[in-house]
Write a protein that binds this ligand. Structure first.
Ligand SMILES: *Cc1c(COP(=O)(O)O)cnc(C)c1O
Length: 426
């Protein structure tokens, strides 16, 4: 049984055991599960602030914009928190743009990424006056120029360059290699910058890259920066001035035993690199998502049934792949801990699975747990790419979300009702 104040889940400093119960800050998770039901996402505001502070420590005296990547967790209260802390946003759709505006973001603090922006999305973003379009192809440049011309608004742009750096992460979340759909190949970038500079309704502002997600070493970030700086030099030699250098997101978090770089230490190295090449005074942007919210949240779930088998024992819980899609999508690992650890119940190795009718609907494999039906479990690292990817598959309403702050908590998303789920259908 974990001792009091022991780290309950790897990499979650604001979740701890106290008197035999798992807490988020000063709130017992038993109380939240009782009051609000399960599955239930619980986020710690102190953990959000802590993760943001880790970046800011590397930025002292530097000119940096932190643009939170909305797709990691797009709850309005989470967005509002980051807006209040002075963050900008990295969006990938009109829906995300409307969300950040609703949450109080200033349009100029928004950068718009993504390979498939529609004309309607471009028009909305142009009218809103966003800070920068991160353009991903030559075809997109032409369409954006056309739409900007129609509205007589010059579009601020950056070109997303594909630096061909291997981030050594899962193939589905690796985005900076030659063979994936993102960005403009490094070899073509200079030519495309010249094309962009010649288009009347575009204003070249910067260069960007984003090489992947859940990156666990410093090397790929430093290599990508080097390649970007090579291009900055080449582009500026052609007389095109770049206002900012956007290094994207992608820093990993601890799900299990990983040891990701510390954001502040990584950025001290990045700036040492930039200084050595004479770019230390430039404006830098970053677009972190997972590393700001991932370990600020858990998902509480109730054990419905224990099902012994010949080869495998199953622990069937009320959260499923529609709430926590990462294991099914990427075979991702999430730590799973009991909310109230039991003494006296034998430890058994279970596959923890949900009720959805798919064999891919599992949350954890081969987990040693001492549990009984009716117990609550906390699934770790549930702050990023969980609720924002949740669906209604199997006609399951989406879960509620809670934000804890000290000994207070508030519901930041109500549990979806059946009526809401079918509201738009006929
Ligand atoms: C997803 C994404 C991010 C955020 O990635 P994380 O791994 O969550 O930090 C940043 N920039 C772009 C362009 C993205 O697509």
């Amino acid at each position: 049984m974990p001792t009091d104040h022991a780290a309950a889940l790897p990499g979650h400093p604001f979740f701890h055991y106290q008197d035999g119960t798992l807490f988020a800050e000063a709130v017992a998770l038993t109380e939240l599960a009782q009051q609000h039901g399960t599955p239930l996402f619980v986020y710690s505001q102190a953990a959000l602030a802590h993760a943001l502070d880790a970046y800011q420590q590397g930025f002292a005296g530097r000119n940096v914009g932190i643009h939170y990547a909305v797709k990691a967790n797009s709850n309005l209260s989470i967005l509002q928190f980051f807006a209040e802390q002075g963050c900008g946003f990295d969006i990938v759709s009109a829906g995300e743009l409307l969300r950040v505006l609703q949450a109080g973001a200033t349009p100029a603090s928004v950068v718009f990424s993504g390979v498939g922006k529609t004309r309607a999305e471009m028009q909305l973003a142009l009218r809103t006056g966003i800070g920068c379009f991160n353009v991903e192809s030559e075809a997109e440049l032409a369409v954006l120029n056309e739409e900007a011309g129609k509205l007589q608004i010059r579009a601020p742009i950056s070109l997303r360059v594909n630096p061909d750096v291997d981030p050594q992460t899962h193939p589905y979340i690796s985005t900076g290699l030659k063979n994936n759909k993102f960005g403009i190949p490094h070899e073509r970038a200079l030519q495309v910058f010249q094309q962009a500079a010649a288009l009347p309704w575009l204003e070249v502002r910067g260069i960007d890259c984003h090489i992947g997600s859940q990156i666990l070493s410093e090397r790929p970030f430093l290599d990508a920066l080097d390649k970007l700086l090579d291009l900055v030099a080449a582009v500026e030699r052609c007389g095109i001035a770049l206002h900012h250098i956007d290094c994207g997101g992608g820093l990993g978090i601890q799900y299990q035993t990983e040891v990701p770089p510390q954001a502040g230490a990584l950025w001290q190295k990045m700036f040492a690199h930039a200084d050595a090449r004479g770019y230390g005074d430039r404006r830098f942007l970053i677009e972190p998502g997972r590393s700001l919210v991932g370990n600020a949240g858990v998902c509480l779930t109730e054990v419905l049934y224990l099902k012994p088998g010949e080869d495998k024992h199953f622990c069937i819980v009320d959260a499923a792949m529609n709430d926590l899609p990462r294991p099914a999508m990427y075979e991702a690992f999430h730590a799973i801990s009991p909310v109230v650890p039991r003494a006296g119940t034998p430890v058994t190795t279970y596959d923890v699975v949900g009720p959805v009718c798919e064999s891919g609907d599992w949350l954890g494999r081969d987990r040693a747990l001492a549990v009984q039906a009716g117990d609550w479990l906390a699934v770790g690292s549930a702050g990023a790419y969980c609720m924002s990817m949740a669906s209604n598959y199997n006609s399951r309403p989406r879960a509620a979300e809670i934000l804890v702050h000290g000994s207070e908590h508030r519901v930041i998303r109500q549990r979806e009702s059946f009526a809401q789920m079918i509201e738009t259908e006929r």
